[in-house]
Design a protein around this ligand. Structure first.
Ligand code: ATP
Ligand code: MG
Length: 440
């Protein structure tokens, strides 16, 4: 992508409304724009990152055996009357009437809808277990939307829903998502700690929140510090192994970890003082087992091996991609801007032409841009006629992991500079060596 043809409205000034660093940097880098309170557009740079986050989530959901579908954002109130949640949900639910005056709502979550899909077509235990997920916008009319897309009113959620014949089966489904979440957050460059959680209005009795430690987090959390070094389940994890996944779950729940709502002072004090971590955190995922809470009132049942009908045991599993993007920035930035982990960076490499219009610089940059693009790299080429200082500041701000800098003096020697955004290390090398480093 040539920067001269891209749409990346960089802000020079620090936006006043942004209270935390991720919000400030997302606005400055031209990733998002607020359209009305708590409702955002994702501009092209932000959209690229969000798509990468979603793809990692998707890969790990699929690996764990979940199946993707897409449910609508608008739902009929009737379904929610069946589960009893239409009145219970309160003011966070955006209620709408259609032209026939039928009550509708913008979905804050999809338990009812997915249960309806399930009951309409699954009749036998032989079709279980089943886990259906989508990545879709949600709306919750939050009292205090803030911190940009960290807590917005319209936001994206990956929500998965599992169906099993028995509680034991449902626990295995829960453990699959538990392990998938550990892998997902790790691939996003984050250390997320599963913490025992309150089940809130969704209900049930087995629940964990996945929390990233960050000073700007809204939750107060308490845990054993060893979680920071625990091993992440390998790519080769067998998601069909009941014992294998139980072992991962047991290991990751063996030490104390709880948010303030579930905090048990006495249990925490039993942790040796030097191992106690009391911090702030950002909730990036939340998983629940809630048994037959929806299947009973909504009549979602299957025939079991005993020939009798059984209400299915369900769980739901959420991740917030539009919260994850700022959470990644909170965890990875410096005074100059964002430092993306390679897995979610909007571009792999930025090529900076320090003197656009200079024939040698132009030729060199075009050559590098073409070679790296051909090799499958996603390259941003800063071909604008901005001053070199402005270009360096922009490249640092948007956090692309590698910068290849072509200035007249180096180019005259057949060389360019390669800068690592994270360490700041710069290396001068031949043009060919620079290309080969990233093509190999
Ligand atoms: P919170 O406690 O932060 O209000 P929640 O417990 O209501 O969140 P869940 O229903 O568990 O949220 O939703 C699953 C995930 O969706 C959360 O872990 C979070 O990552 C994301 N999420 C929830 N609400 C928002 C929001 N207002 N803005 C952005 N992401 C959100
Ligand atoms: Mg939650």
């Amino acid at each position: 992508m040539r920067l001269s043809r891209f749409f990346m409205p960089i802000l020079k000034e620090n936006p006043k409304e942004a209270e935390i660093v991720s919000h400030r940097l997302m606005l400055r880098a031209g990733m998002i724009r607020q359209q009305s309170q708590g409702i955002y557009s994702w501009l092209p740079l932000g959209k690229k990152v969000l798509d990468k986050v979603n793809n990692i989530i998707r890969q790990e959901q699929n690996r764990a055996g979940a199946i993707e579908l897409s449910m609508p954002t608008l739902q009929s109130a009737e379904l929610w009357q069946e589960s009893g949640r239409y009145d219970a949900y309160g003011k966070e639910m955006l209620r709408i009437k259609d032209r026939q005056d039928r009550p509708m709502l913008y979905g804050p979550t999809n338990e009812e809808m997915v249960t309806d899909i399930f009951r309409s077509s699954v009749k036998s235990y032989k079709d279980l277990p089943l886990n259906l997920y989508h990545i879709q916008l949600k709306f919750r009319d939050e009292i205090r939307p803030r911190f940009g897309t960290m807590r917005s009113r319209e936001f994206m959620m990956k929500d998965a829903y599992s169906f099993d014949l028995t509680r034991e089966g449902a626990e295995h489904s829960y453990n699959k998502m538990f392990a998938a979440y550990l892998r997902t957050f790790d691939r996003l460059g984050l250390r997320a700690i599963p913490m025992r959680a309150d089940t809130g209005p969704i209900g049930g009795n087995l629940s964990h929140e996945f929390i990233i430690l960050a000073d700007t987090g809204e939750s107060e959390v308490f845990c054993h510090k060893d979680f920071v070094d625990f091993d992440i389940p390998a790519e080769s994890t067998d998601f069909d192994s009941v014992e294998g996944l139980k072992a991962i779950f047991d290991k990751w729940t063996s030490l104390y970890a709880a948010t303030s709502e579930m905090h048990d002072e006495a249990a925490f004090n039993a942790v040796p003082e030097g191992d106690r971590l009391s911090a702030r955190g950002i909730e990036v995922g939340h998983i629940f087992y809630f048994g037959t809470k929806y299947s009973e009132p909504m009549g979602a049942k299957v025939q079991g091996p005993d020939g009798k009908e059984h209400f299915v045991h369900m769980g739901s599993y959420g991740i917030g991609p539009t919260r994850l993007v700022p959470a990644i920035i909170e965890a990875s930035h410096d005074d100059n801007g964002i430092i993306w982990p390679a897995s979610v960076a909007p571009f792999d490499i930025v090529v900076i032409n320090m003197k656009a219009g200079d024939q040698a610089c132009d030729d060199t940059c075009e050559l590098i841009y073409a070679a790296l693009t051909k090799a499958g790299k996603d390259v941003l080429y800063d071909d604008t006629d901005d001053r070199a200082g402005t270009k360096f500041a922009t490249a640092d701000l948007i956090g692309v992991p590698v910068q290849i800098i072509a200035g007249p003096r180096a180019v005259a020697n057949g060389e360019v500079e390669v800068k690592d955004r994270k360490t700041g290390a710069r290396e001068t090398m031949t043009i060919e060596a620079a290309i080969n480093r990233f093509v190999a």
